[in-house]
Write a protein that binds this ligand. Structure first.
Ligand code: AMP
Length: 403
């Protein structure tokens, strides 16, 4: 399958060629035809699957097929970083079609955004809170909206945006195409899908929220106080050039960044307490190679699209398996290989068990001199044994009854 096989605007195809994007990913294969037909689509897809192009290419092709008006397409995203990335892709694909995009998010001044909204663009990419502010002030109207996209819907739920989204929805025309992408489908998202989509085509790429196959996953058991030492040791011994390192708390994020700088690495921290400008600088610095190590909390890193990350470290094992999938989705994007290295302390055995249960297998434990025992609570083979034991017990009971 190639992009030429779809009925996409040829001007979009030239952009893809220039970007050396030749073969559609699975989600692009499945989503492009129904989106082109104007159908509603629900896509179960994690980050790194190519979902942004999966909705951008057909949606912009549709917009370019008629007269362009203000605010014809709205993309809602959970974070400013994701909004900016989607905006960049929409601009790239839209430029040859004469389609512009405006990016709306909080934490920065209103003036520039108001100016851009008043001038008007066909596409608006926005985080929900700031968009509602603008809608309340009358800076933007959606009378001509044709397409609504909810990107990373489960993240928006996690971040408490669902009431804002429902408020926005009430002000949008009912007659429209709606596309929703989410890595997981908790009950609230299922309900939202039922309320806002019309007989959607359901697309699932691979199993729900399973890590991409090309990521090598490793586990190091370690005492809490030795995590930084272990991190530095692996970075040095394996000559790791660039890595994204995840921690649970903001303060420790700064601390680890400092320790890495001390050890001679070009490191920078990114978390929710830093201003938008600081976060942007850290991100741009990482992209350009000025910083080689980016130390991030989950919220700050959500939706980051940084290409070519070879290593993702879970310095802290994430509290829930979804975060693990999101974190390691940062490496091995679009079929490249990558390593996801997770540290786990003895008192984190429950988080490890939850993760291994979600993955359906144990993570391979690396041998190293500081290895500590961590109780393995998830035994995939025992599930079988327990089940077969129950079955034989039941069989035994019915045999007894027959006698
Ligand atoms: P996304 O899942 O939309 O965040 O995309 C993940 C990354 O994959 C982005 O950096 C895209 O540029 C890249 N990408 C998307 N589609 C393709 C494709 N068909 N071939 C190669 N790379 C792609």
């Amino acid at each position: 399958m190639s992009f030429e096989d779809f009925d996409l605007d040829p001007r979009c195809l030239s952009v893809l060629k220039a970007q050396k994007i030749v073969e559609p990913t699975a989600i692009q294969d499945e989503a492009i035809p129904p989106v082109l037909e104007g159908r509603d689509v629900v896509g179960i897809a994690q980050t790194g699957t190519g979902k942004t192009l999966a909705f951008t290419l057909p949606s912009l092709t549709r917009l370019a097929g008629g007269p362009l008006k203000k605010s014809m397409m709205l993309v809602l995203t959970p974070t400013r970083e994701l909004a900016q990335q989607v905006h960049q892709i929409v601009d790239l694909i839209g430029r040859p079609l004469g389609i512009g995009s405006v990016c709306i998010y909080g934490g920065v001044g209103f003036d520039k955004q108001i100016k851009a909204l008043r001038q008007g663009r066909a596409v608006i990419v926005a985080t929900p809170g700031r968009l509602l502010d603008h809608m309340g002030r009358g800076n933007v109207k959606f009378n001509d909206l044709e397409t609504l996209v909810l990107d990373e819907a489960d993240r928006m739920l996690d971040m408490g945006f669902l009431p804002d989204i429902r408020r926005i929805l009430r002000k949008l025309p009912r007659e429209r195409q709606t596309l929703m992408f989410s890595a997981t489908f908790p009950d609230e998202i299922v309900r939202l899908t039922q309320d806002m989509l019309d007989e959607p085509v359901r697309i699932s790429v691979g199993a729900i929220a399973k890590p991409v196959d090309t990521v090598r996953q490793k586990l190091y058991t370690v005492h809490r106080v030795e995590k930084t030492g272990l991190l530095i040791k692996i970075l040095k011994e394996e000559h790791i050039d660039s890595a994204l390192i995840f921690l649970r708390t903001k303060i420790r994020t700064d601390r680890v960044a400092k320790a890495l700088k001390h050890a001679g690495f070009k490191a920078q921290a990114i978390h929710g307490d830093r201003s938008q400008i600081q976060r942007q600088r850290a991100l741009d610095g990482f992209r350009s190679g000025r910083y080689k190590m980016l130390i991030a909390t989950d919220v700050a890193a959500r939706g980051l699209d940084i290409e070519g990350i070879s290593h993702v470290f879970n310095y802290d094992i994430p509290d829930n398996p979804d975060d693990y999938i999101h974190r390691i989705g940062r490496t091995a994007r679009a079929n490249a290989e990558g390593d996801a290295i997770t540290f786990v302390c003895p008192d984190e055995m429950l988080a490890l068990a939850a993760l291994e249960k979600a993955l359906g297998h144990n993570l391979p434990q690396e041998e190293w001199e500081g290895k500590v025992p961590v109780l393995t609570l998830f035994h995939p083979e025992n599930k079988e044994t327990a089940r077969s034991r129950r079955v034989s017990r039941r069989r035994g009971r019915s045999l007894l009854r027959r006698r």
